[in-house]
Design a protein around this ligand. Structure first.
Ligand code: ADP
Length: 326
């Protein structure tokens, strides 16, 4: 793609001018075509200075999603190495499912700058305005169906680790897969097993992080926050995506070695409500007790008056007393 070639050339000479003539010769494109692509790059958020005499100079990379910039930021071996980035999708999970059906490889990653029909668990809606990180990864790991919920736990830990490394913010995990900051939801995860989990095991791991937009972009009743609200500046979404994929790949390698205890501990360290009195809602049923931790399979352990009960994710919701059981 000419646009990415131009970007590559400018990025190879940071803060220096690259003449239009040189770009034109090297990439075999007209001066008019270069100008058009530079304009498009500026619209994507790249700061490029153009001078008739000296040429073009890249001053700042874009913070919004860009395939080339994301590829540059990747440090993974497999995750994100096949990338699809769209301006708009109904849902990255739905697109990732389609691509997986068409033979999409392990690690294939789909991103959208905006989702018109983002999904949460149990067919709930996930609001996905511009500026967020809406990403789904196709995973075909060497794991069994019973391990599927561990992958969503791994995704929670990966996002928390990435946010800590990049922005030094400490995020809590609300079982099973909500990431919260001071009680408000910052990110969510949706793991979906694809078809029959037998010979080829496929899981679509959707991750949504409220990043570069204000709280006002989400509907009022939501108990939510965004990275912009927390940090006060816009983050580099390419670096964020790449860092999450780095940690996810790391967790995946441990899981494939059947080293789950490690993940269980890192998850537990970040858990919200542990040791506290909570309520578990399963349809109309309500269970009350102390949140003891998670089992080796990622199920929630609840100490009730009638003894210990185990709840697997997917069917139940957790409410803590701290937030008025809501
Ligand atoms: P739960 O947190 O109840 O397990 P899900 O993980 O399925 O729910 O996420 C869907 C729910 O999250 C929605 O019903 C809505 O309340 C809330 N929500 C939707 N979009 C966002 C968003 N961008 N940020 C925070 N919360 C959201």
């Amino acid at each position: 793609m000419v646009r990415h070639d131009i970007l590559q050339l400018l990025a190879a000479h940071p803060q220096e001018y690259v003449s239009g003539e040189r770009i034109s010769q090297q990439l075999n494109v007209t001066r008019a075509a270069i100008w058009k692509q530079i304009k498009a790059l500026k619209a994507e958020g790249f700061e490029i200075e153009g001078q008739t005499k000296n040429g073009y100079r890249l001053l700042k990379m874009s913070h919004s999603l860009n395939e080339w910039a994301l590829e540059q930021a990747l440090t993974t071996t497999l995750l994100g190495r096949t990338l699809y980035l769209e301006d708009e999708l109904a849902s990255t999970n739905v697109r990732a499912k389609e691509l997986a059906h068409l033979g999409g490889v392990h690690g294939l990653t789909v991103l959208a700058k905006y989702q018109s029909g983002g999904q949460g668990r149990l067919q709930r809606q996930w609001e996905s305005p511009q500026g967020g990180l809406w990403m789904s990864v196709v995973l075909r790991p060497d794991l069994s169906l019973a391990d599927a919920s561990k992958l969503t736990l791994a995704a929670s830990v990966a996002i928390v680790d990435a946010l800590e490394e990049l922005f030094q913010v400490r995020i809590g995990i609300k079982w099973p897969n909500d990431l919260v900051y001071k009680g408000q939801k910052l990110a969510g995860i949706l793991g979906e097993v694809l078809g029959e989990w037998n010979a080829v095991q496929t899981l679509i791991l959707g991750m949504g992080v409220n990043a570069n937009f204000t709280r006002e972009c989400l509907s009022a009743p939501l108990n939510a926050t965004t990275l912009y609200e927390i940090l006060g500046y816009e983050v580099d979404l390419n670096l964020l995506a790449a860092t999450i994929l780095k940690y996810l790949e790391k967790e995946l390698i441990f899981l494939e070695k059947r080293a789950f205890e490690r993940l269980r501990l890192s998850w537990t360290e970040r858990a919200v409500g542990l040791g506290e009195e909570v309520r578990i809602l399963r349809g109309e049923q309500v269970f009350q007790g102390t949140f003891k931790g998670i089992s080796i399979d990622g199920a929630l352990l609840l100490e009730t008056e009638a003894g210990e009960k185990i709840f697997s994710a997917g069917e139940v919701q957790l409410r803590s007393k701290m937030s008025g059981y809501f």
